[in-house]
Design a binder for this molecule. Structure first.
Ligand code: NCD
Length: 330
């Protein structure tokens, strides 16, 4: 597999990604998806390389997904856990990163509740003249590129399993419903979906939807609309992405109650009747059952892509580590 078109050492945000780069990721992920169906679900691509997972914020699926992706590529993996680390003794984040650098780390996967931490580590790695690649696994409210890329792969794969590519999104109506103001997933998804030419419709109560989005994410390709009611967003939608209500980030009372939110914006079977008959539902997880989605919709594998997103996540993260590492293909 040629990686000549790929020349990023770090993946920090999708803001400046080109369509060609999205398509390389989709193609590479599709070939790793095939590897994952083989009897031996492993390739020697990153043998001898060291990948360090630095998650300063809780995570189930993203951290496990990166760990497994690294292992399936035959890399060695270190998992840093802040609660039991020297951070509790006052060590700075950059010093922690330098410690892992001294152990021979080739790539760092970083999540932090503060926006900008992965970027600061990447800058420090450059300043020190190293070749370490940094991947942003979620920084504050800012970005979560690997989630948006696995969402892109999941959607494109749904429309054409044999050849997932950005072109499939042109003119598709994608509704994003939920806590948009606190969502780094929505921000990253907007870059990739808009660049691919999708018609994106955001829906949430006014307290959870920043109007500045209309300006910030204006693009030549896709279109963006904001709704304070769910119906116009769902009307004829091809895909509905739901987002968790991030209670841990809600300083003030932004919502009357979770029950009321569900009544106004929860995805139920009745509401899905507004969408195209082939509509599929997504959620990055973790889900507040019965809030963003009714349990019935979430568990219905005929309409829910939630498990497919997790499966796609592994192939996409293998692709990202592979591309950043400039290794040999599957
Ligand atoms: C998301 C995150 O951490 O930003 N989850 C994830 O990575 N799967 C969304 C969320 O926490 O709601």
């Amino acid at each position: 597999m040629a990686t000549t078109e790929w020349n990023r050492r770090h993946i920090l945000s999708l803001e400046d990604f080109t369509l060609a780069e999205y398509d390389i990721i989709l193609r590479t992920a599709a070939s790793f998806r095939e590897v994952l169906t083989r009897r031996t679900r492993k390739v020697p691509t990153l043998q001898g390389r060291l990948i360090t997972n630095m998650f300063f914020e809780p995570s189930t699926r993203t951290r496990s997904s990166f760990e497994l992706a690294a292992k399936r590529l035959s890399a060695d993996v270190l998992n840093f856990a802040p609660g039991t680390s020297s951070l509790t003794k006052g060590e700075t984040i950059l010093d922690t990163a330098k410690t892992y650098l001294a152990m021979g780390t080739d790539m760092m996967v970083v999540r932090h509740k503060q926006a900008g931490v992965p970027q600061a580590i990447a800058r420090e790695m450059e300043r020190l003249g190293t070749h370490v690649g940094v991947l942003n696994a979620g920084d504050g409210l800012h970005a979560h590129p690997s989630q948006a890329l696995l969402d892109l792969f999941t959607i494109c794969q749904y429309f054409d399993p044999d050849s997932p590519r950005t072109e499939l999104l042109k003119g598709k109506k994608i509704a994003i419903v939920g806590d948009i103001v606190h969502s780094r997933v929505a921000r990253s998804n907007l870059w990739s979906l808009m660049a691919s030419g999708a018609e994106v419709h955001l829906a949430a109560p006014p307290t959870l939807i920043p109007k500045q989005f209309l300006e910030a994410f204006r693009s030549n390709s896709g279109s963006l609309s904001i709704h304070w009611q769910i119906e116009p967003a769902l009307d004829n939608a091809d895909i509905v992405m739901t987002l968790r209500l991030q209670k841990e980030r809600m300083g003030e009372h932004l919502l009357p109650s979770l029950r009321e939110y569900h009544q106004g914006f929860g995805i139920t079977r009745d509401r899905l009747a507004l969408c195209q008959s082939h509509v599929r539902i997504m959620h990055p997880g973790p889900v507040n059952r019965g809030v963003e989605l009714s349990s019935e919709v979430m568990d219905d594998e005929r309409i829910s892509l939630v498990q497919a997103q997790v499966t796609s996540g592994l192939a996409v993260r293998m692709a990202l580590l592979y591309l950043m590492g400039g290794g040999k293909g599957p």
